[in-house]
Design a protein around this ligand. Structure first.
Ligand SMILES: Nc1nc2c(ncn2[C@@H]2O[C@H](COP(=O)(O)OP(=O)(O)OP(=O)(O)O)[C@@H](O)[C@H]2O)c(=O)[nH]1
Ligand SMILES: [Mg+2]
Length: 145
C-alpha cells in the first residue's frame, strides 16, 4: 500500500520533520518517496479540491503555500491498503488538535484546526488520487523485503 502525507509549512518551520517521520518509521512504515516543495495555489487546490466552496478553503490554501512543505509517500507491505491508511490516520490523530488524543501527531504538536501539523490521505481512493499530484511513478521506490 502507499499513502501520502504532507508536513505543513508551519511544522517544517518548527523543525518537526524528523520527529514526524520517526513516528511512522517506528510502526514499520517505510518512506517510498520524499521531497521538499514550495506549493502554489494551483497544486494546493488540486490536493484540497473536495473542500472547494467551504468557508475555510481560501485560508487553507494560503496556509499550505506560505513556505515549503515536506511531502512523503509512505509504504507498508504488512497491512492491506485500508488497514495501512487507517493506521497512518491513527498516528496522525483527529483533525482538530484540541480533540486529538495525546500521543498522536496532532494531539502532541497541533495548536488549532488550521495549524494541525500534517495532511494525510484519508482513504485508498484519496491516496490514489493524491500521490500522482506530487510524484511521478519513477520517483517512488519499491522495497524488496
Ligand atoms: N479553519 C478551519 N479549517 C478546517 C476546518 N475543517 C477542516 N479544516 C482544515 O482543512 C483541512 C482538511 O480538512 P479535512 O480533510 O476535513 O480533515 P483531515 O482529513 O483530518 O485533514 P487533511 O489530512 O489535511 O485532509 C484540515 O487539515 C484543516 O486544516 C474548519 O472547520 N475550520
Ligand atoms: Mg482530509
Amino acid at each position: 500500500m502507499k499513502t501520502l502525507i504532507i508536513i505543513r509549512p508551519d511544522s517544517v518551520l518548527r523543525g518537526l520533520v524528523g520527529e514526524i517521520l520517526t513516528r511512522f518509521e517506528k510502526h514499520g512504515i517505510r518512506i517510498a518517496g520524499l521531497k521538499v516543495m514550495q506549493l502554489d495555489k494551483e497544486i494546493a487546490g488540486r490536493l484540497y479540491e473536495i473542500h472547494k466552496g467551504k468557508p475555510f478553503y481560501d485560508s487553507l490554501l494560503n496556509t499550505m503555500i506560505e513556505s515549503p512543505v515536506v511531502i512523503a509517500v509512505l509504504d507498508t507491505d504488512v497491512l492491506d491498503n485500508q488497514s495501512a491508511i487507517a493506521l497512518v490516520r491513527r498516528i496522525v490523530g483527529a483533525t482538530d488538535p484540541s480533540k486529538a488524543e495525546m500521543g498522536t501527531i496532532r494531539g502532541d504538536f497541533g495548536l488549532r484546526i488550521d495549524m494541525n501539523i500534517i495532511h494525510a490521505s484519508d482513504s485508498v481512493e484519496a491516496a490514489a488520487r493524491e500521490i500522482p499530484i506530487f510524484f511521478r511513478k519513477e520517483e517512488l521506490v519499491k522495497y524488496k523485503c
